[in-house]
Design a protein around this ligand. Structure first.
Ligand SMILES: *[C@@H]1O[C@H](CO)[C@@H](O)[C@H](O)[C@H]1NC(C)=O
Ligand SMILES: *[C@@H]1O[C@H](CO)[C@@H](O)[C@H](O)[C@H]1NC(C)=O
Ligand SMILES: *[C@@H]1O[C@H](CO)[C@@H](O)[C@H](O)[C@H]1NC(C)=O
Length: 277
């Protein structure tokens, strides 16, 4: 039997033959060809969009639900009555992703919170966790991004089942903070970010809680079966120090090739699920 370095390292890291193999960060990046990883603004499906000659549905008939190619979750599309959105946060449990086929190809999805990127597309301040499968290995990355810059990885190990608190907060249109905390251990990582350019400042017009089919290089990664991500304690804040949950927001479901791949179920003003179909 021939063992690759990857398999050996993964087995040693896993510390148990029963645990799913997990590659180290450098190795994972190398396997992915170190392509830049990027979350993108909402790619909404409108009722004129066609895919393979099939007219796509803009919404499900339930006026609250809209379809998009890349975002599943909830977005406050309208700015607060006065002021702008300045913070958004939630807690979620990192899912255990499974590949949708046995091609071994890289598949992934990401759970994150962010400011802007829906009706305002010039910038997004966001942070979250990616879950990947590739050729039998499962890996996770905690990251932050100020779009249109690519994402950067936080130096924080993440595993399936970890309860993660994610938050971004802006102190000005061109300055912000991203925080990821392992709530089970209390271990947290924080970074301050600046707008990548004067044309990529925040407007504070949207806040969102999203599971995304994101980009690796210039193409979308194949969406992995992420089972279910439950966002709880979903909260946004405005510059007037008002609090908002997910009530009175837009619900977005992921639709690709005419199929709904991620469905949203609202539980309360502060909690909802995104479920892989
Ligand atoms: C997948 O993993 C197997 C076993 O570790 C290895 O032999 C094979 O080369 C890998 N394939 C790819 C495409 O990485
Ligand atoms: C997160 O915290 C829990 C509880 O301390 C711990 O079991 C888990 O390993 C932590 N996750 C990582 C990846 O460190
Ligand atoms: C959110 O909406 C639900 C369902 O309409 C309602 O029962 C609840 O009171 C609302 N909560 C807030 C804080 O507005």
């Amino acid at each position: 039997m021939k063992f690759t370095t990857t398999a050996l390292t993964a087995a040693m890291l896993a510390g148990s033959s029963l645990a799913a193999p997990r590659a180290g960060l450098a190795e994972r990046l190398e396997k992915r060809g170190a392509l830049p990883r990027q979350s993108l603004p909402l790619n909404k499906i409108d009722n004129t969009a066609e895919e393979n000659g099939v007219l796509l549905k803009e919404n499900s008939g339930d006026s609250n639900i809209e379809y998009s190619k890349n975002w599943g979750g909830v977005v406050r599309e309208k700015p607060p009555a006065s002021g702008t959105y300045t913070a958004v946060s939630a807690t979620f449990t990192v899912p255990s992703p499974t590949p949708t086929d046995n091609s071994g190809e890289m598949q992934a999805a990401s759970a994150w919170v962010g400011i802007d990127g829906d009706t305002y597309t010039a910038a997004i301040l966001q942070t979250g966790v990616d879950f990947w499968t590739q050729n039998g290995t499962v890996s996770f990355d905690a990251w932050y991004e100020w779009y249109p810059n690519n994402a950067n990885n936080f130096d924080l190990d993440v595993s399936a089942g970890d309860v993660i608190f994610a938050k971004v907060e802006s102190s000005s249109p061109s300055q912000g903070v991203a925080i990821i905390e392992n709530q089970s251990s209390g271990q947290s990582v924080t970074t301050t970010l600046s707008a990548p350019s004067t044309t990529a400042t925040l407007a504070g017009q949207n806040v969102e809680w999203i599971v995304e089919d994101f980009n690796s290089g210039t193409s979308m990664v194949a969406l992995v079966n992420f089972d279910k991500v439950t966002f709880s304690g979903a909260q946004a804040k405005s510059s007037e120090d008002e609090d908002f949950g997910v009530n009175d927001s837009a619900i977005l479901e992921i639709q690709q090739n005419g199929k709904v791949l991620a469905e949203v179920n609202i539980q309360s003003d502060t909690e909802f699920d995104v479920t892989y179909q």
